[in-house]
Write a protein that binds this ligand. Sequence first.
Ligand code: TYM
Length: 334
Amino acid sequence: KSIVLTGITTTGTPHLGNYAGAIRPAIAASKNDDVRPFYFLADYHALIKCNEPERVKQSSREIAATWLALGLDTSNAVFYRQSDVPEIMELTWMLTCVTAKGLMNRAHAYKAAVAENEEAGGNDPDKGINMGLFSYPILMAADILMFNADKVPVGKDQIQHIEMARDIASRFNHLYGEHFTLPEAVVDDNAATLLGLDGRKMSKSYNNTIPLFEKEKKFRKLINKIKTNSLEPGEPKDPEGCTLFGIYQAFATPAEVEAVRQQYAEGIAWGEMKKILFEKINDEITPARERYEALLEAPEHIEEQLQEGAKKAREISKPFIQELREAVGISKIS
Ligand code: TYM
């Protein structure tokens, strides 16, 4: 069976970008009998940028409820919290010791933080950057390699991290023998990067997200808030780079997208386009939104699923870490 694995960092409420970029393709893959899915809450990753315990907990509940509301079949999928599988941390250290520092210097997230410091004109480019952020791709590599994932469905922003996981895996295999599968990123072209309210990439860090299961009224309001240019109704509009069009493309069929492209050429009013977009997404997610709200009222059910998932995950991670301990020459845990 092909192993498909993906995770979401537990620092906020799941948004349309997480859904279209990762969760939706992952749920679709999980319905294929030839796939063994591993989907998890990346809560160790959350600590890198969030020091609010309540927020991490709440986000974990919301993300778990999202997967379940969208119909994740946990009888096939292994659905767990990263922190419930401590072998991942141990593997992180083993991988850290075979990872070149120079590789981490090139990671986008770290480079962006340095660039921001430099723009701010301070004399310390590493100001405010913790070691978690610096070595974040190694923890992510451990997530992926622990279960020997073949495919990792993600948005475009994560491609580099998966390439790094391949590099790290190759290095380890070279030093200690073939233990790891080299993973591949799977990116849906229509949903590679959804833009947010302000036209930048939709991201928890930019505070420009549209939560996937926002209540209908507020959801409509948020769609109406998406920034557009000031072209009037009747003036032809360019779909390229248009936030509304990009999001629409991630939800509509190719024929529907072509019809809207035509309407752009004919000068559709922004208000009309927002209405079309709202209806398209709202229709797709309304049934799941109801299940989501019910699930948030049943945290014990969510917890049960996660415990079950952790058990299944550790059936794999425990013997595998023993194999890896042996491979690197440290003692096995008795
Ligand atoms: P995170 O939590 O930032 O995002 C979760 C997933 O959503 C995708 N995504 C988007 N896709 C399209 N458009 C957007 N605007 C958008 N914003 C987010 C992300 O690409 C991602 O697939 N490091 C990861 C979590 C992680 C992980 C892993 C993923 C930890 N370990 C192992 C895969 C495999 C992250 O912070 O994603």
